[in-house]
Ligand binder design. Structure first.
Ligand code: C2E
Ligand code: CA
Ligand code: CA
Ligand code: CA
Length: 276
């Protein structure tokens, strides 16, 4: 650091250095983590608001590093996306999640729809279709019990996205738009796309009972979903006040800490035993 007088600069510089150090450390560790089996999946229940019944679950990847401990997805998923490591990691999550869902079905629990996040990078990978087909084949999971969650970022190229969506849909797999309302959407593009579900972003749910704008946006999404005959689910639901507003507006499905945090497969299985 050249000029000692300019404290702000040297501090900033120092922080930048630390951040890129941390980044390259994580990048390195991420490379090895799949083979070292440092990942696992937690499952978060989705519930029907009218009946309180479990309708499905979202697979959320977890990384516990032996020295660094638990690392949040918001920290490592962006790195995995930038480096392309999301391709093998995403494939691992898809395979592992489908296999687990099939195990639960084989154990005799009522079949549930498993949602798996698919990042834009995976969505546009050339062999995605083969990969999905192979994994369904291998695990024996029927396609109607799988749903893929994509964000609006895939619509940067709407024509390409529509073609890929249609191909996935032709496999019998469901498609959901995650974090809906936060992205590109001019809502009008939705009607041209072969999708099944809109997942209302948690940021609109957070203050839905206090904030007029959030409430209005959620209502608009609900009415759009109804008009286009799409399923809709609210994410990040934490309170009964939020549930009241959602139910009244015609939202029938939700996911959030109010019902359950994401839990391990063992814990999820115990819950299946107790509720079914
Ligand atoms: P997301 O797909 O929007 O997932 C929802 C996030 O909200 C999860 O965070 C979940 O644990 C959290 N959440 C659920 N209910 C509540 C609630 O009531 N309140 C609050 N405050 N949070 C809640 P998580 O597991 O840390 O994942 C963060 C993001 O990382 C995910 O956001 C997703 O974008 C990404 N991600 C996680 N697993 C995968 C994966 O297997 N593949 C890909 N491509 N991305 C993943
Ligand atoms: Ca998601
Ligand atoms: Ca989301
Ligand atoms: Ca998100």
């Amino acid at each position: 650091v050249k000029e000692r007088g300019r404290k702000g600069y040297s501090f900033f510089h120092h922080e930048m250095e630390e951040r890129s150090l941390e980044r390259s450390l994580l990048e390195n560790e991420l490379q090895k983590a799949i083979h070292l089996e440092q990942f696992h999946i937690d499952y978060q229940p989705k519930v029907d608001l009218a009946t309180g019944q479990l309708t499905g679950m979202e697979a959320l990847v977890r990384w516990i590093h032996p020295e660094l401990g638990r690392i949040a997805p918001n920290k490592f998923i962006p790195i995995a996306e930038e480096t392309g490591l999301i391709i093998p990691l995403g494939e691992w999550v898809l395979r592992k999640g489908c296999a687990q869902n099939k195990v639960w079905q084989n154990q005799g629990y009522p079949p549930l729809k498993l949602s798996v996040n698919l990042s834009a990078r995976q969505f546009y990978q050339a062999d995605l279709l083969d990969q999905i087909r192979d994994i369904l084949d291998e695990t024996g999971l029927e396609p109607q019990w799988l749903e893929l969650e994509v964000t609006e970022s895939i619509f940067a190229d709407i024509d390409d996205a529509a073609v890929i969506l249609q191909k996935i849909r032709n496999l019998g797999v469901n498609m959901s738009i995650d974090d809906f309302g936060t992205g590109y959407s001019s809502f009008s593009y939705i009607k041209h796309l072969p999708i099944d579900t809109l997942k209302i972003d948690a940021s609109f749910i957070r203050d839905i009972h206090q904030n007029k704008e959030s409430h209005a946006i959620v209502r608009a999404i609900l009415s759009l979903a109804q008009t286009l005959n799409l399923n809709v689910i609210a994410e990040g639901v934490e309170s009964t006040e939020q549930v009241a507003v959602l139910s009244e507006g015609g939202c029938h499905q939700a996911q959030g800490y109010l019902f359950s945090k994401p839990i391990s497969s063992e814990h999820f299985e115990k819950m299946l035993q107790n509720t079914t």
